[in-house]
Design a protein around this ligand. Sequence first.
Ligand SMILES: *Cc1c(COP(=O)(O)O)cnc(C)c1O
Length: 411
Amino acid sequence: MMKSKFTGSFTQQEPIPESAIEAAVEVMRSGRLHRYNEAPGEKSQTSILEMEFAAMSGSKYCLAVASCGSAIATALRSAGANAGERVLTNAFTLAPVPGAIASLGCVPALVEINEDLVVDLGDLRKKISETSARIFLASHMRGHICDMDEVSSICERAGVILIEDCAHTMGSRWNGVWSGRHGLAACYSTQTYKHANSGEGGLIISDDPDFMARAIMLSGSYMFYERHLASPCSAHFKNARYDTPNCSARMDNLRAAILRPQLADLDRRCQAWNERYRIVEARLSRTEGVKLPARPMAENFVGSSIQFRLPEFTKEEIVAVIERCAARGVILKWFGQSEPEGFTSRYDSWRYFDSGRCPSTDRILASLLDMRLPLTFSLRDCEDLSAIIAEAVGETRHGLDLGNRCRSNVG
Ligand SMILES: *Cc1c(COP(=O)(O)O)cnc(C)c1O
């Protein structure tokens, strides 16, 4: 019997909404793409975006920058990270996170994750005392949020500054609180594969006026900082304007114009992702051999991708599942493969710093698979693709699809 093939594209996001295209065209017609190139009396698109995002997130201040990676570097520097210093972050995260730390001459200190793909709080306490690090950059990798009430209190008691990497949690909440509102500051991504799409882009939020004044100067505001509308008053720039280097990481009006209508539509998009996530999750949770991360009630996540493990499978069997899925059009990423490919998220491919070993993280990543759920997939698509995965797992479990492969224990 011919097996059905899935034909959706895992890298195809929705088109940019027409209203955003119109806004972008208007900015291009004006020629004023640079955020400080304003007509008399005009508020720039970038400044308006910052006001709108501050209002959405409930933060006092917001700054738009060139990417989430540059947002993280800016936030760390503004929080006082100095060259040579260790900065704590999750062992499972995306390459720009340790990259941002390293860009300041700081050294990532990796904290283990647990089977639910969030930071292991016991290891966080241990690493805080072992490293005496002053900053924890909590990376909500693939949208998994750890117990933020507990993290906040651990950091507070230890005098550690908490900065959140919310690249995958724009629109998420922990216990009703917006993801990104638990520490000194948070960084978001508007890169194509995240929750709003301007190609590249980043946002920083904070309630701390001196932190934000430094961040604005660092982002490359020159002496135009008073044109920012979601910013602290000029008194906070008194020293910052002279003491802070211009690291040129601004957002431009074109991207801001593209983002504003998308952010206005964020809740609907988040719901649409979650409908898709729940369909795939339900099918996989009924599939023997598949282990899904627990998603606590307090975690109001955005399921723009799904992760699952095959903990009892050998490497060969995992490869067989991936191949069987790929043959039917379902593309899975595997964090256990030996050589880095595409977007890297395994710490042993970042050899520019001495990471040490994280044995729990290694064990978890060895059987961890990952799949994007773009909104161009219909609910029916999600049913179809999860059935394909379930079949591939089932056939592999029963040794049906190993073909000519010799299983070492068969003889
Ligand atoms: C994408 C991503 C980033 C970096 O975002 P850019 O905007 O591409 O720089 C940081 N952290 C995580 C977890 C990400 O997924």
